[in-house]
Design a protein around this ligand. Sequence first.
Ligand SMILES: Nc1nc2c(ncn2[C@@H]2O[C@H](COP(=O)(O)OP(=O)(O)OP(=O)(O)O)[C@@H](O)[C@H]2O)c(=O)[nH]1
Length: 312
Amino acid sequence: MVFNKLKGVLKKFVDSVVEVAVTRELREEDIAPLLDELVIELAESDVALEVAEEIANRLREELIGRKIPRFSDVRSLVVESLEKAIVDVLSRGYQPLDLIAEARSRSPGNPLRILFFGVNGVGKTTTIAKFAYMFKQNGITPVIAAADTYRAGAQEQLRRHAEKLSVPFIGGRYGADPASVVYDAIEYARARGYRVILADTAGRMHTDRDLMEELRKITRVAKPDYRALVVDALTGNDAVEQARFFDEAVGIDFIILTKVDADVKGGTALSVAAVTGKPILFVGTGQKYEDLELFDPKRYTEKIIGELKQKS
Ligand SMILES: Nc1nc2c(ncn2[C@@H]2O[C@H](COP(=O)(O)OP(=O)(O)OP(=O)(O)O)[C@@H](O)[C@H]2O)c(=O)[nH]1
């Protein structure tokens, strides 16, 4: 089940605090060991260590020394403190963005350009198709550009999505200059009045120096409005490392976190948001075109601790 590990860790923490709160005061000697344990277990749930420690520190400040008034509920107090800490972590760098409104406001000669970055296998191709679907659902037909010219498979996969979605597709010969593919797509969109370009980029080994150069070149040529990074919720701290790499290479504007529907651990969103300071704006929640949701820190927190609130 989704986020089960993280949910279990947080539930155990709340239950343990309630158990030690018999004196109606949250004493340091009782709470400190629980916080230490919480840090370790959060780390095992894909929460980066520094983020786990930050959450524990926030709880320490909120809880230790706290006297519980006679009729108030310890459980609610702890759950509320947790909620605040998680919302804060997920909100770091967060700014909602209305891509549909932005695309609509564009003049046809000046299409909105979104470049997608990410390591192979994270769900980048599927995500681009989901974006195309989202724009189409809102009456805007985008152009898809496949600039990963060294992988025939990647081009073919995108071409098939473009066909299914009835959107124009611009690809390149095998090994063609990826930047020139994006350039062609921009020219194509300009000439025919399309308002949005969704461009794929190569994602082989994220430690590859040549790749960094290639991505920088594409970015210089395309002058994107947004540089979107796709990361996979199932990869935990690797997702954080990838975000660091791509941010250094090209600068990242926002992040799309995929496969949250299959994420048992649950901590990657917290790590990525807090460590990189880049906003997660979308989450992938399945394999179908409609399985793309706007990310909202409060709603995401609710997914994590909603059940704890019900019990309080
Ligand atoms: N459950 C789930 N699966 C997803 C999601 N996004 C993508 N996938 C699946 O992840 C797998 C990889 O997705 P692709 O879109 O091919 O990934 P890619 O990053 O383009 O990978 P390469 O083509 O290898 O570069 C596919 O089986 C997708 O259906 C998601 O949000 N949830």
